[in-house]
Design a protein around this ligand. Structure first.
Ligand SMILES: [Zn+2]
Length: 336
């Protein structure tokens, strides 16, 4: 009985062992096939090497020659397939490409931000253009030029102007200072202002100054000067303009000029309290005859009169004169 039992036990153990070996070899084959699958999917070398190791250790037990043959064959297949699989090359070279591409579209979206600003500065009424001509300049121009288009009468290009006997200032300097104040006031009031000069060191004849006003398409041409006489007692404000029958200007330009002369003088005197003198209308002034729009020469006062000279040289006097002239220009356009 004992022998038989022992035989039975051995048989059972043998069957168990062989069953175990079978199961294990099946597991081994399954594992190898899984490795192959994972390699074909390109899932890396690390999983491949670890799985083949577990297969060989599992199968390295008692009389597992069949198992080891299977595993070695399948593992070599796995290795060869792993070598021949070029999936790593496609995956490793592929990611390099798109790095340069996404840089491009970053510059495009900046453009449309400047567009919507435009329609805000379109005024209902056209802006008036005032050309201011500060009289004279650092050096006089002795070359002669015709006093009017087509005229044979000639005059010096630009004279040297007068001088402040008390202030010591030159006329061209005072003219420029008041002109620049007038420019600033007019710009503040919404006018477009064109200056024939912004410095004293220029070479501009009276014809050229009038041509600048025409080129600027100016609505009016305001010329700023100071007066001078031997008699130091005389003081006051006056303007030069064309006569009623000026042969060079249009009817509109003549009428506008005479109205402008009156308004500039009256408004300057209203602010400064200076004496208003009679305007002078003549047709021998180059800068008037060459104009193509209403034009006036403002004689702001006499530099030969000590009080008026100091007043025109002072910042307070200049500011008052410029304000009065700006009021005159406002009045001119308010009616016209
Ligand atoms: Zn002058």
């Amino acid at each position: 009985m004992k022998k038989y039992r022992k035989k039975q036990q051995r048989l059972a153990i043998g069957l168990l062992v062989s069953a175990l070996v079978l199961v294990m070899s099946l597991i081994g084959i399954f594992a190898v096939k899984m490795v192959e699958k994972s390699q074909k999917n390109g899932s890396g070398k690390s999983t491949e090497s670890t799985s083949s190791r577990t297969v060989s250790t599992d199968s390295g037990q008692k009389d597992s020659s069949v198992v080891s043959k299977v595993t070695s064959a399948s593992s070599s297949e796995a290795v060869s397939s792993a070598v021949s699989i070029p999936t790593t090359s496609t995956t490793s070279s592929a990611p390099a490409e798109p790095t340069t591409a996404p840089v491009e579209p970053t510059t495009a979206p900046a453009e449309p931000t400047t567009a919507p600003a435009e329609p805000t500065n379109t005024p209902a009424v056209a802006t008036k253009i005032v050309c201011i001509d500060p009289g004279h300049e650092l050096t006089q121009i002795t070359d002669l030029e015709p006093i009017a288009p087509g005229s044979s009468e000639m005059k010096q290009g630009v004279t040297s102007g007068t001088e402040g006997a008390t202030s010591g200032k030159t006329e061209y300097q005072v003219n420029l200072e008041v002109s620049q104040l007038l420019r600033d006031i007019l710009k503040e009031r919404g006018y477009e202002v064109v200056m024939t000069r912004e410095t004293n060191d220029v070479t501009l004849s009276n014809v050229q100054r009038a041509q600048l006003a025409t080129a600027a398409n100016a609505d009016i041409f305001v010329r700023i000067h100071c007066n001078g006489l031997e008699n130091t007692e005389i003081n006051g404000v006056l303007c030069y303009g064309p006569t009623e029958g000026n042969p060079y200007l249009t009817r509109e330009a003549i009428d506008g000029s005479r109205r402008l002369c009156q308004l500039l003088k009256d408004n300057q005197c209203a602010v400064t309290g200076q004496k208003a003198l009679d305007n002078l209308y003549e047709d021998n002034m180059t800068g008037i005859n060459w104009a193509t729009m209403p034009v006036a020469i403002v004689e702001m006062g006499f530099m030969t009169n000590p009080q008026e000279d100091l007043y025109m040289a002072s910042p307070e006097g200049q500011q008052a004169i410029a304000t009065g002239l700006a009021n005159g220009i406002d009045a001119y356009f308010a009616v016209g």
